[in-house]
Design a protein around this ligand. Structure first.
Ligand SMILES: [Zn+2]
Length: 431
C-alpha cells in the first residue's frame, strides 16, 4: 500500500513539472481526444490540418482542405450558432476529419479556442453534426484592478499598464466609455476600479474573463458604476452592462468603426473627388491604410455583404433599433449575409474598391425610414431598460457582485508596476 502511495505521488510530481506541450504532444492529445469521442464516429477519420492563411476566413480555410461549398457553409453556420469564434489569425489551425471511405466527406471538425477549451463537431450515424465542448480544468479568480489616470496616458494605455489582460482592454474601455467621455471629461487623478472574473489554465495562462463591475470617480465625472447582467442563455442580447437601476450601458453605446479616427470628408453636399460634380455625401470618410481592421459599431445582423461598382466591397448591418450601419470600399469582407455580429467585432478591412479616390473607410448610418443621417450625430442604438423580472434578476446579480467586491476589498493588495499608481487584489472563486 505504502509503495503504491509513494509511487502515485511521484507520478503526480512529474506530471506537474511538465513544460508547455510541444506540437507533437498536442497532436497526440488531439488524437486522444478524438479516440475518446469515437462512439460518435462510425469509422476512423482521416485528419487534415486546415491552416488559416493571411486574409483567409473560415470558409476559404475549409475549402482549401477540400470541403465543398455546402459543407463549409454548414460548418460555418453551426459554429456561428454555438461558438464565439471571433477573428481568425493567420497560422491558426483547425482540424478536419474526413470519412476514410468517402474521403470528400467531412465527419469531424475541431477548433481549439485556447489551451483549455476545445470545440468539436462530429457527424453522428444519421449524418447530423453534433456539437461537443471539452474543457480542461481551469482556475477562476475575482481580480480587482484599481488605477489612477496618469498624466500623458490615454485610457487604453493606462488599462494595459495596470495589468488588464490584453484581450480585455477593449471591453473594459467600452464599459468605462459609456459613462465617461474621455476626450472631454477625464482628468489626471481620476480613479477607477475594475472587477474581472478571470479564467486561468494551470494558474498562469490567461484564458478568458468577464468584466463584472467597473466604477469611475472623477473631478468632472460623478461616481459611476456598471454591473454585468447575465441571463441563462449566453447569447441573449440582454447580457450586457447596466447601471444599478437597469439602464443599459455597453450595447447601447455606439463604438467607432476604426481604432484611429481622422475624418477626410464629412457628411452632406460636397464636390465629389472622383466625378468633380457637386453631390450628396451620405456618410463620413475616415482615413485608413489598406488592411486596417474595420469594426461593427454595435450588435446586429449583416443584411448586405457584397460588391457594387460604386460601393466596392461593402457591408451593411441592421441594429436593434432598425437603423443600419454601412461600411464601404473595403479590401476584404469578413462576414456574410445573415450573420449575427457583435459591437467591436472585426467585419472587414479598409480598402480602395469601387468608386474611391484612395484607401479610406466610408461610414454611413441609414435611419429606419431609409434615409441617411450624419453618422456623427448617431450616439446610441436604443436598448430597452431592464424592467420587471429582468430588473429583479439584475438587482440580485448586483447584490452578488457587491459581495465579491467586499471580499476582494480585504484581500492582500499587490502593486503592479512601480511607475504606475495601480494595484490588483484577488480572491479565488469557488464556482
Ligand atoms: Zn465617402
Amino acid at each position: 500500500m505504502l509503495v503504491a502511495f509513494l509511487f502515485s505521488c511521484k507520478q503526480e510530481e512529474i506530471a506537474e513539472k511538465q513544460p508547455e506541450p510541444d506540437p507533437k504532444a498536442q497532436l497526440a492529445e488531439i488524437q486522444r481526444r478524438i479516440d475518446s469521442l469515437e462512439n460518435f464516429i462510425s469509422t476512423y477519420p482521416i485528419l487534415k490540418p486546415a491552416i488559416v492563411e493571411p486574409n483567409f476566413g473560415l470558409f476559404q480555410t475549409l475549402q482549401k482542405v477540400g470541403l465543398d461549398h455546402k459543407q463549409s457553409l454548414k460548418i460555418g453556420n453551426i459554429l456561428a450558432d454555438t461558438v464565439e469564434i471571433g477573428t481568425l489569425k493567420a497560422g491558426q489551425v483547425f482540424w478536419v476529419g474526413f470519412d476514410p471511405i468517402d474521403t470528400s466527406k467531412a465527419v469531424l471538425f475541431r477548433y481549439a479556442e485556447n489551451l483549455a477549451t476545445l470545440h468539436f463537431l462530429m457527424m453522428d450515424s444519421r449524418g447530423e453534426w453534433v456539437y461537443k465542448i471539452v474543457e480542461k480544468p481551469m482556475s477562476i479568480r475575482y481580480a480587482m484592478y484599481e488605477g489612477i489616470l496618469q498624466e500623458g496616458s490615454n485610457l487604453y494605455n493606462t488599462l494595459r499598464d495596470i495589468g488588464i489582460p490584453q484581450n480585455m482592454v477593449g471591453v473594459v474601455a467600452g464599459v468605462l466609455e459609456c459613462k465617461v467621455n474621455f476626450r472631454t471629461d477625464a482628468r489626471v487623478g481620476d480613479r477607477f476600479k475594475i472587477l474581472l472574473k478571470e479564467k486561468r489554465f494551470q494558474d498562469s495562462v490567461w484564458i478568458g474573463g468577464n468584466v463584472l463591475y467597473a466604477s469611475y470617480d472623477g473631478s468632472r465625472v460623478k461616481h459611476s458604476e456598471a454591473f454585468l447582467y447575465q441571463e441563462a442563455d449566453p447569447k441573449s442580447s440582454f447580457n450586457a452592462h447596466y447601471t444599478e437601476d437597469g439602464e443599459a450601458l455597453i450595447h447601447s453605446g455606439l463604438r467607432y468603426p476604426l481604432d484611429r479616427l481622422h475624418i477626410t470628408s464629412s457628411y452632406g453636399y460636397r464636390i465629389h473627388p472622383v466625378t468633380g460634380s457637386r453631390a450628396f455625401h451620405s456618410g463620413v470618410d475616415y482615413r485608413g491604410a489598406v488592411g486596417t481592421p474595420v469594426y461593427a459599431v454595435a450588435d446586429g445582423i449583416v443584411v448586405q455583404s457584397s460588391f457594387s461598382n460604386d460601393n466596392g466591397n461593402f457591408i451593411a448591418i441592421k441594429h436593434s433599433d432598425n437603423s443600419q450601419s454601412w461600411y464601404l470600399h473595403l479590401s476584404q469582407r469578413g462576414v456574410g449575409n445573415g450573420q449575427r455580429v457583435r459591437g467591436r467585432q472585426i467585419i472587414g478591412k479598409v480598402g480602395n474598391t469601387g468608386r474611391s479616390s484612395g484607401p479610406h473607410l466610408h461610414f454611413s448610418i441609414k435611419q429606419p425610414n431609409g434615409s441617411w443621417m450624419n453618422p456623427l450625430l448617431k450616439k446610441m442604438i436604443a436598448t430597452p431598460k431592464l424592467e420587471g423580472a429582468k430588473l429583479s434578476a439584475l438587482k440580485e446579480q448586483v447584490k452578488a457582485i457587491r459581495n465579491i467586491l467586499i471580499k476582494t476589498e480585504v484581500a492582500e493588495s499587490k502593486s503592479i508596476v512601480d511607475s504606475v499608481q495601480a494595484t490588483v487584489k484577488w480572491v479565488e472563486a469557488l464556482d
